[in-house]
Design a protein around this ligand. Sequence first.
Ligand SMILES: [Zn+2]
Ligand SMILES: [Zn+2]
Length: 289
Amino acid sequence: MSVLYQNFEPELKFFGVMNGYSESHTNAFFFPDPETIVLIDLSALNMHKASRLLENCPNLKHIYACVTHNHYDHVQGLEMIAFSIRAFFPGILLTLIVDESIREETVAHLDTGGLKTIINHAGEEDKVYELYSFDQYGTAYSFYSKDGKALQQMLKPNWFVRTLPTTHSPRLKGSSGFAFMIHEKLVVFSGDTNQLGPYVAFLNDMFDHQDDRDNAQIEFYLDVTTRKNEFHLNFMDVCDELTKLLSSYPKAKIILMHYDDPVLLERQVERAMPGMLNNRVYLARELGL
Ligand SMILES: [Zn+2]
Ligand SMILES: [Zn+2]
């Protein structure tokens, strides 16, 4: 894999890094261990890249997709990847992980995309994916269809910490970020959001003493835009809070994503947070795949 930054190897790799109007939709992935891949959202634009990546990893035993919300730049590739997994990994189902608030919308989206669970000729349920929705306490229940009953509680994968519900678009029932533990680093992924509060509150909850904050290894992936927009954070509106966050957490790094204009954003970071660009604050970069 290519080196994207000097002296920094982020835990998350990106198929794309910009907003829904661009040719580079913000979708990411990581390998918590050599047999497991976790996709974070998947748009139609990135589904071929994701499919090729999976084909090149024949030893995978677990394939997850964490879904932040049901906008097209985050979910329209899920149908294809579920069918690719069926073709290339017999016996493995795509496991979707969502916040409780977006479960229904996600299942409805997948139903219309052809992933509805059916009863096959042998009278068994024929599933193309399984879906686990987590509540805010990090408890998971599995559902196999919109009408399906809650089955047993899921055993949390060791890389999963919790979903981080946020606000984004009033047209959607919900939207959430995720917290992961990857190679002993806490990775906070905002998803699409128009507020910073839930992530800062989560971090301050996790690390309530300055001693712990001093040593916390954190990568914080954050949705920002350069132009004002009611659905996303405006970088200039949050730069002071981000500066404060970085001084409370001296080992944290912030990776900006889902942006609209990388050139202008870099200029804004340089101006508003002097000395931080490519040192504590980075722009997410697309991995050449
Ligand atoms: Zn988006
Ligand atoms: Zn969105």
